[in-house]
Each structure stands twice: as structure tokens, then as C-alpha cells.
Design a protein around this ligand. Structure first.
Ligand code: SF4
Length: 298
């Protein structure tokens, strides 16, 4: 299947979307924080990213979901900084402290082509939201030089509807987290009271664009792959997340993840200072099956 961005480049729609996104950087509303800072003038908002892209690492990654990994891995590019500051973040050195190396748009395009040359099955952009215009620019350059892999948008779920709209015809596979349904949890753990509302409206837009996950010969080519990390003591909220995903589509691909551990500031929060229990994860997975989700972690 031809990646969406190739078709958009051919029909001219890619360039207008890239322009609209680039324009946003001067009054940044790329994510729901809507800081309004001028990143082109060096200002920084909540995510602490300036206009220069910063990349923490890149390479073939074999730890993602099997339809992304295949035999040669997912071509992963980890971006530094993040619009969320989750108190339990496992990558806080990258996302909150901002470790990484400044890279030009041309550098990022070269990385994508290199990953394709290594045999990776897709380009997997991890925490891309705050660098959306720069990454779209890099995809355009790389596509002109022969990039033909599906583009994976691996994001935290706290997304701006307008930004996602501008990715229509550019992204092939959306891979958002749905972290919480509860306003209280989203406020306490990610300082984002409107997390669920923003996440769900973006999720529906993503689904309208790409549909449920399509897997051909064991590899994802297009669609929506949703992730949810079960938190200790919050099975009821996980069930509300499952309800929302089930309402979207019976064919939703939902990875219910079990790897929570108390990282970053989690040990300061009562109840978050322990690993999640197997029985908690099993209960959420069983509930997903009860709700009719056929494509979920067992
Ligand atoms: S991407 Fe960063 S600067 Fe822009 S609105 Fe979001 S948090 Fe603010």
C-alpha cells in the first residue's frame, strides 16, 4: 500500500498542510496547552521545546507491537520534550529533562531514509506532537528522496484536534495512548484536566482518517492502534477507557499494557509507588473482551 504522504505530495495537499502547521509555530497551538508562544523567536511553552527539533535516539526497535516490528524492526525516532509531564514517566530524562541532540529537518529526513535502508517496516515517531511541523517537513524531503514506509504517529493522546486534522493524508498509522478517563487522575498525574476530552475528539478524527488497524502479511499498513497502560489501583478508570475504545469500534486494536513501574515522581503519590498487579491487568483485559473488543491483549 502506498503511504498517504506520497499521494498527498502528488495531489498538492501535503504542501498546504505543511504550511498551515509551520505557521502554528509562531503562536504555538500545536497541542491542547495552546501556549501561544512564538517558537520561531526562541520562546518556549509548557513542553519546553524551542523551534529546533531535538532527537534523543533513533534506530530499529524490536520492542513495539508485533505488527510494527515484523522481522526487521520499527524504524523509531524518539523526540525530546513532551507536552505532558506525567509523574510516572519512564522516559523523564528525555521527555521532561529534554536530553537529546538538536537536529535539522534535513537530518531527520536522512534518518528516515537510513531506517528504510536498514529494512525497517515503518517510520515510528515517538512523542512527535510538539515537533509536528518539523517532522512533516522531514517526511516531505525524505519522500522526494524515495521514502515509502508507513508513517506511525506514536503520541501521548493529549492532542489538538486542529493539528490532527492537518495530518490527514500524511500519517498512515496513529498510535495514541489513552491514559485516563477521569479528570481527577489526568489532573493529578499529567497536569491535564481536559486530557480525556481532547484525547477522545482526536481519537475519533484519527479513526475517521485511517480506520481500524489493517495488518497485511503480519505487518501494519494503516489504521489506529491504541495503547492503555494500567495504573496501580485504577482498574475502574481503565474500564472507562475500555468503554470509550469499544464505543469507537468493535475492531479497535487495543494494547492493554502491564509494564507500569513507579518511575520519576511516582513514589511521592500514594498508591502509585508500587508495580501494577497481574490480577489488575487481567481484570482490565477480561473486561475488554466482555465489551466485545476482539483485537486486544490477552
Ligand atoms: S507544543 Fe509546546 S509550546 Fe506548543 S502549545 Fe503545546 S506545550 Fe505549548
Amino acid at each position: 500500500m502506498m503511504p498517504s504522504y506520497v499521494t498527498s505530495l502528488q495531489d498538492g495537499s501535503f504542501e498546504s498542510k505543511r504550511h498551515a502547521l509551520e505557521h502554528t509555530l509562531a503562536n504555538c497551538t500545536l497541542c491542547p496547552r495552546e501556549c501561544g508562544v512564538d517558537r520561531t523567536a526562541g520562546e518556549r511553552g509548557y513542553c519546553n521545546a524551542d523551534v529546533r527539533m531535538k532527537i534523543a535516539s533513533w534506530g530499529a526497535h524490536h520492542g513495539e507491537e508485533s505488527p510494527l516490528v515484523g522481522t526487521h524492526g520499527s524504524g523509531t525516532i524518539f523526540l525530546s520534550h513532551c507536552p505532558l509531564r506525567c509523574i510516572y514517566c519512564q522516559n523523564h530524562d528525555i521527555s521532561i529533562e529534554g536530553h537529546g541532540v538538536h537536529c535539522s529537518i534535513d537530518d531527520a529526513a536522512s534518518m528516515m531514509l537510513h531506517l528504510q535502508g536498514q529494512g525497517c517496516h515503518n517510520i515510528n515517531l515517538v512523542t512527535p506532537t510538539h515537533y509536528t511541523p518539523q517532522l512533516v517537513g522531514a517526511v516531505g524531503i525524505a519522500a522526494h528522496q524515495g521514502l515509502r514506509l508507513p508513517l506511525v504517529w506514536n503520541c501521548g493522546g493529549y492532542e489538538s484536534f486542529a493539528t490532527i486534522r492537518n495530518l490527514d493524508g500524511i500519517v498512515d498509522i496513529y498510535m495514541p495512548d489513552v491514559k485516563y478517563a477521569s479528570t481527577e487522575l489526568a489532573t493529578a498525574y499529567s497536569d491535564a484536566p481536559d486530557y480525556f476530552e481532547r484525547c477522545i475528539e482526536s481519537l475519533y478524527e484519527m479513526h475517521d482518517q485511517v480506520g481500524d488497524l489493517v495488518v497485511e502479511n503480519g505487518l501494519a499498513t494503516r489504521g489506529l492502534l491504541i495503547r492503555h497502560l494500567v495504573l496501580p489501583g485504577h482498574v475502574d478508570d481503565s474500564k472507562c477507557v475500555v468503554d470509550a475504545v469499544a464505543e469507537l469500534s468493535d475492531d479497535s486494536y487495543l494494547n492493554i499494557m502491564e509494564q507500569y513501574r513507579p518511575c520519576h515522581h511516582a513514589s511521592c503519590y500514594p498508591g502509585m509507588d508500587r508495580h501494577v498487579m497481574d490480577k489488575e491487568v487481567r481484570e482490565v483485559r477480561a473486561y475488554a473482551r466482555e465489551r466485545g473488543l476482539r483485537r486486544t491483549t490477552t
